[in-house]
Design a protein around this ligand. Structure first.
Ligand SMILES: [Mg+2]
Length: 232
């Protein structure tokens, strides 16, 4: 146990909840559900790859405020379908809705998520700070059964601010009665989590499961959540 800390704040997507596996399963399910995809797209894996390519670009625009949430939900499918010569706005709408319906029902966590939460739960107060849609993020937490580990779930939607903005961290401090100096943040995104924690002076752990090279100076870096046991 590290006596410096009372509160551990976790990011959700790509940190506890295995977003990539869950998203991949969702897109495969959608292939089964929408026959037009099966007939219009030869290689579903290629389609999924292109979807991710576009999704990343549009998420970046959403983060910068250049796209609304609704636009993001649709344009990522519209652009991908267009690449496969499918021009079907009704299908775009159905896919946008279906993706958000199926995704939060998926329950893949990282292999050591539960082990680490079990270890930490007796020692610290734990909370989640997540950029995402309130309804979607809460469903993920309920469906995976990890809700019992967390006192507060703070979404960007509820906070009216998103990581890395200091406002969402201050909102979280107030809500949880935590202080920056007795809090630790654990997240996978340098841009949102690490820069956000840095901006408010909070200690942090950068979770880098793929050991992606970077030039950032970081306080702690781990490639498996179980390594948190050495720090905390
Ligand atoms: Mg994340």
């Amino acid at each position: 146990m590290n006596n410096k800390y009372k509160h551990i704040f976790f990011d959700l997507d790509h940190t506890l909840w295995d977003f990539e596996s869950n998203s991949h399963e969702t897109l495969l399910d959608m292939f089964e559900e929408f026959s037009v995809l099966k007939t219009g797209v030869n290689d579903k894996h290629h389609f999924i790859k292109r979807y991710y390519h576009h999704n990343e670009i549009y998420w970046e625009q959403f983060r910068k405020g250049e796209l609304s949430r609704e636009e993001l939900r649709h344009i990522r499918f519209r652009t991908t379908l267009n690449e496969f010569d499918i021009d079907d706005e009704e299908l775009v709408k159905q896919l946008a809705v279906s993706y958000l319906e199926i995704l939060p029902t998926k329950t893949n966590l990282f292999h050591d998520t539960i082990e680490v939460l079990d270890y930490l739960t007796t020692k610290y107060s734990m909370h989640i700070i997540t950029n995402g849609f309130e309804e979607v993020q809460l469903k993920k937490i309920v469906n995976t059964g990890i809700g019992k580990y967390f006192k507060y779930i703070i979404t960007s939607e509820a906070a009216g601010s998103q990581k890395p903005e200091p406002a969402i961290f201050r909102f979280a401090m107030q809500l949880t009665n935590a202080e920056i100096k007795n809090s630790m943040f654990v997240g996978d995104s340098i841009e949102a989590d690490i820069n956000g924690a840095k901006a408010v002076g909070m200690d942090y752990v950068f979770y880098n499961p793929k050991k992606t090279p970077h030039k950032e100076k970081v306080m702690y870096e781990i490639s498996a959540l179980s390594e948190l046991k050495k720090i905390l």
